[in-house]
Design a protein around this ligand. Structure first.
Ligand code: SF4
Length: 510
């Protein structure tokens, strides 16, 4: 457990094994005041008095729309005496802004963070905002881990060499066990391993309604000896939000048709289905507690604190008295033809995993040219280092690389090639968020969040080119470091042989 602060009730609860931690998600919205924010602050005050909610998480421009910064609302909430959990997303800040905001968070005692890539930016002032994604979530977790230790910065950075004082952040990460296809799901879990490797301290699941999938996440973590606390998201939607989610309009959310139908029936009652949706949430909390989750992360819309208090009272009753199996069946809404990592017998067909011919051909060529033991390596290295010495030769060499790789891989000449790490598909041209350490959570039924129903998720293509020999045997990889933007437009081959690209961190070319 990271160094605990005596006053931090969230950390104290999260790392006490016998305690079931409850958090709630707040969505500030656009603007700096008004009724919405007054309601949120009232909710926070009542939650503090009640004492069962240990942290209020605050979203960071959710849906890619501009909203009040989570640090601003976080300070208000902290002053009310309840712990904020700041969502820290990367869609609209580069690495320097991210570091700057980490300093800001630390200065104000906002030490509990939930690290996410974030939804693709949408409308803003005069049109759609520019997507940044300079870092991805594993890379930000690496930066946070570095700030948590008293490590000297790079020599070249202003203030480099001088170590900064250690910053006691607690950083969580997210994962979705609710993907419906094998490729998306396996990559979600592979990326979770990368996030854990990068220093995540706790995990919050995506929201969902398939109880076998909630169980699957716990089983995966146990199998991979992930012992950190895992909170399950429990979302209590209104009928309007349920319909929006069912239509696939919220990135990465699978909302089952059977549940929408049930909610439409419930909406004909006098309270328009209000009590039914709260009771369903309460039952989910009880089921997930029995399952072995360390806590739940509640969320939903049109919920004042009295409704959440009712839900928590009911959850306590269900935990004590109800039949677990019956309860689980009542809140289980699986999506038809979902892929499961641990299928029950007959639930799904075994798939045959074989690398594609394109992948095998590219790998052979890559290994013989770029691996020190490869046949062409000595010649390629000698020619490259020679070309690197001379401006004209360097220009010609770079032109040839550009030509070949644009035709073969739609190369963008980022100068630090990660083709080999993504089955010879270029993430710079193939992924709208340019993710190099695995997919974001926004895909839906195999399609990209940015081009739903139109383009397969880049990482689904990567998976199909070279799937693991078995979906349960995933490599536990540290994240690739962020791209060095000073290399943009230069030859990645020269950078590789001259030891200027990311490989220099792992193995200096001989
Ligand atoms: S050099 Fe960069 S842009 Fe070009 S193929 Fe490799 S990863 Fe893609």
């Amino acid at each position: 457990m990271p160094t605990s602060q005596a006053t931090d009730i969230f950390r104290a609860s999260l790392f006490k094994t016998e305690e079931f931690t409850i958090t709630f998600e707040l969505v500030p919205g656009r603007g700096s005041g008004g009724k919405r924010l007054d309601d949120i602050l009232r909710f926070a005050e009542e939650a503090r008095e009640d004492g069962r909610i240990k942290a209020l998480s605050i979203t960071d421009n959710p849906g890619g729309h501009p909203a009040l910064a989570p640090t601003s609302l976080g300070l208000d909430i902290k002053s009310l005496g309840i712990e904020p959990l700041i969502h820290f997303s990367l869609k609209d800040k580069n690495r320097n802004m991210a570091e700057s905001q980490l300093f800001e968070c630390h200065r104000h005692g906002l030490l509990n963070l939930l690290v996410l890539g974030g939804d693709y930016p949408r409308y803003g002032f005069h049109g759609q905002a520019m997507p940044v994604f300079d870092l991805d979530s594993p890379q930000l977790l690496t930066l946070i881990e570095r700030l948590r230790q008293t490590l000297a910065l790079e020599k070249m950075a202003p203030g480099g060499i001088m170590p900064l004082p250690a910053m006691d952040f607690l950083a969580g990460c997210v994962v979705s066990p609710f993907k419906t296809t094998e490729a998306e799901q396996v990559f979600q879990y592979a990326k979770l391993l990368t996030k854990v490797c990068a220093g995540a301290h706790f995990i919050i699941s995506q929201l969902g309604f398939d109880m076998s999938k909630y169980q699957e996440l716990l089983s995966f973590c146990r199998q991979n000896t992930i012992t950190m606390p895992i909170l399950a998201s429990v979302f209590i939607p209104s009928i309007k939000v349920a319909e929006i989610m069912y239509q696939g309009k919220v990135p990465g959310i699978i909302f089952p048709e059977s549940l929408v139908r049930l909610m439409l029936q419930e909406a004909t009652s006098q309270d328009r289905g209000e009590e039914a949706r709260l009771l369903r949430g309460a039952k989910m909390v009880a089921v997930l507690k029995h399952m072995g989750y360390a806590g739940v992360h509640l969320g939903g819309n049109n919920l004042d604190f009295s409704k959440i208090a009712f839900l928590l009272d009911q959850a306590e009753q269900f935990t004590k008295t109800a039949n677990r199996q019956e309860l689980c069946q009542e809140v289980d809404f699986p999506t038809p033809s979902t892929w499961y990592l641990f299928p029950e017998s007959g639930q799904q067909k075994e798939t045959h995993h074989k690398p594609s011919a394109r992948f095998r051909a590219n790998q052979q060529l890559h290994d013989s040219t770029f691996k020190p033991e490869g046949l062409i390596f000595p010649l390629a290295r000698a020619v490259s280092l020679q070309a690197d010495q001379n401006k004209q030769a360097r220009g010609l060499y770079t032109f040839c690389e550009h030509l070949i790789k644009t035709i073969l891989f739609r190369c963008r000449m980022c100068g630090d090639c990660t083709l080999a790490e993504s089955s010879y598909h270029c993430p710079q041209s193939g992924c709208p968020k340019r993710m190099i350490n695995g997919p974001c959570g926004g895909s839906l039924h195999g399609f990209c969040e940015v081009y739903p129903q139109e383009r397969l998720c880049f990482w689904v293509k990567v998976y199909h080119s070279n799937p693991p020999s078995h979906p349960r045997e995933l490599p536990n990889c540290p994240p690739l470091p962020p791209k060095d933007w000073s290399l943009q437009g230069t030859s990645s081959w020269l950078n590789y042989f001259a030891g200027r690209d990311h490989n220099k961190l792992n193995s200096e070319p001989k």
